[in-house]
Design a protein around this ligand. Structure first.
Ligand code: NAD
Length: 368
C-alpha cells in the first residue's frame, strides 16, 4: 500500500519557520512509529506570487486536489499590501478553500492546564477545556444573493442574504456528528430559529440527520445568542458545536480566546469524503504570517504542530499518534517551556521556535 500523502505549503512570514518544526516532527514519526508520509512541498501566498505572479499556481491547486491532506503555514505580509486584490496572498488560501469545497471549518478550543492562567476567565472554568466548533464555511450570509448597497428612495440600503439549502445543512451536520463520535459523542446545534426562517430549517434538518443517521449521538439545540453566553459561563458543558457561517465566525473566535494565545490555535477545513472515505482537508494554524516577528526565531510553532495532530486524527486515522503529539505539547508547556508569546513575567528567557520544536520531540520520545 502506498504511503499517505501530504502537501505542505509553508507560505509567508513565520509560516516557513513554524512549518520547519512540523517537518522535524513528521520525520520523528517516520523514524520512531513507522508512520511515513509522501510529503510534497510547494509555494502559496506571497512566496508563490514572487515566483509565478500568482498566489497559487494551477499545478499546486491540482496537487492539493490529489493528496490526502494539505498543511498550510500562513500567508500575507506588508510587502504584498499594494498588490491588486486578485493576486493578493490571501487569494491563494481562498482559492484552495473554494476549489476543494471545504464546507466544514473545525476550530478546537482546548485549554492546556499549564496555560489556564492566560484566559480572561477563571481557571476552573477553562482548565481542561476541550470543545470543537464546526462552522459552515461555504454558504450562508457571506455568500447569499441578493447582496450589495443599493439606492432606495433618497437613501442607500445595504443588503446581505442568509440562505441555506437542506443539503448544505445536512453535510455540515454529518461532519459534526462524525466528529462527535470520535470525541465526547455530544453535538449542540446553534441558530436563531426564534427569529430566522433559515434557523428553523437548520434546526429541522440537523434533527432529521440525527434521527435518521446518528441517533446514538446526544443532540441539543440552542439559540446562538444563548450559546455565546453559555460559552463564557460554563464552556465545559459542550463537546461539538455546529453552527452556520456567521454565528460560527463569532462563536469560534470567542471560544478560541477562552484558551489564551493565538500561537496555540490549530484549525481544519474539511470537505466531502474522497474515494478512501476520508474528507478533503486543509489544516492550518489560526494565526497569520506575523510580520512583526518573522525571521527572528520567536514564533510559537505549537498552533502548526497541533494542526498536524488534527491531520493525524481526521485525515490519517492515527488517533493514538494524534493524542501522543497533543500530550507532548501539553508536557512541554507543563515543564515550563515558553515561546515569547507565552511568557507572563518580565525577565524570563523565551524559548525559540526551534527550541519549542525540539522540546516537543524530546517529549514525544519520553512519552513513547
Ligand atoms: P497575525 O496572526 O499574523 O499576528 C497577530 C499578532 O499575533 C502579532 O503580534 C503576531 O506577532 C502574533 N502571533 C501570531 N502568530 C504567532 C505565533 N505563532 N507565535 C507568536 N506570536 C504570534 O495577524 P495580523 O498581524 O493581523 O496579520 C499579518 C498578516 O497575516 C497579514 O498579511 C494578514 O492578511 C495575514 N493573515 C493570514 C492568515 C492565514 O494565513 N490564515 C490569517 C490571518 C492573517
Amino acid at each position: 500500500m502506498s504511503n499517505p500523502s501530504l502537501l505542505i505549503l509553508p507560505g509567508d512570514g513565520i509560516g516557513p519557520e513554524v512549518m520547519a518544526e512540523v517537518r522535524k516532527i513528521i520525520d520523528w514519526f517516520g523514524a520512531n512509529k513507522g508512520l511515513t508520509f509522501d510529503v510534497t512541498e510547494d509555494l502559496v501566498g506571497g512566496a508563490a506570487y514572487d515566483k509565478h505572479g500568482t498566489p497559487l499556481h494551477d499545478d499546486t491547486m491540482a496537487k492539493a486536489q490529489e493528496v490526502d491532506a494539505v498543511l498550510l503555514g500562513a500567508v500575507g505580509g506588508p510587502k504584498y499590501d499594494g498588490l491588486d486584490f486578485s493576486v493578493k496572498p490571501e487569494r491563494g488560501l481562498l482559492r484552495l478553500r473554494k476549489e476543494m469545497d471545504l464546507y466544514a471549518n473545525l476550530r478546537p478550543a482546548q485549554c492546556f492546564d499549564a496555560l489556564a492562567d492566560f484566559s480572561s476567565l477563571k481557571k476552573d472554568v477553562v482548565a481542561g477545556l476541550d470543545i470543537m466548533i464546526v462552522r459552515e464555511l461555504t454558504s450562508g450570509i457571506y455568500f447569499g444573493e441578493p447582496r450589495g448597497i443599493f439606492e432606495e428612495g433618497n437613501e442607500r440600503v445595504g443588503i446581505n442574504t442568509q440562505r441555506y439549502t437542506e443539503s448544505e445543512i445536512e453535510r455540515v451536520a454529518r461532519s459534526a456528528f462524525e466528529l462527535a463520535k470520535r470525541r465526547g459523542n455530544k453535538v449542540c446545534s446553534m441558530e436563531k430559529a426564534n427569529v430566522m426562517e433559515s434557523g428553523i430549517l437548520w434546526r429541522e434538518v440537523v434533527q432529521k440527520v440525527h434521527d435518521e443517521e446518528y441517533a446514538d449521538v446526544e443532540l441539543s439545540h440552542m439559540y446562538a445568542d444563548a450559546g455565546a453566553m453559555q460559552l463564557c459561563r460554563w464552556p465545559k458543558q459542550f463537546d461539538v458545536i455546529v453552527t452556520d457561517n456567521l454565528f460560527g465566525d463569532l462563536l469560534s473566535d470567542a471560544a478560541a480566546m477562552l484558551t489564551g494565545s493565538l500561537g496555540m490555535l490549530p484549525s481544519a477545513s474539511l470537505g466531502a469524503p474522497m474515494a478512501n472515505g476520508r474528507p478533503k482537508a486543509l489544516y492550518e494554524p489560526v494565526h497569520g504570517s506575523a510580520p512583526d516577528i518573522a525571521g527572528q526565531g520567536k514564533a510559537n510553532p505549537c498552533a502548526c504542530i497541533l494542526s498536524f495532530a488534527m491531520a493525524l486524527r481526521y485525515s490519517f486515522d492515527q488517533g493514538e499518534n494524534a493524542d501522543l503529539l497533543e500530550k507532548a505539547v501539553e508536557k512541554v508547556l507543563a515543564d515550563g517551556v515558553r515561546t515569547a508569546d507565552l511568557l507572563q513575567a518580565e525577565g524570563e528567557t523565551p524559548a525559540s521556535t526551534a527550541d519549542m520544536g525540539d522540546a516537543v520531540i524530546a517529549a514525544l520520545a519520553d512519552l513513547s
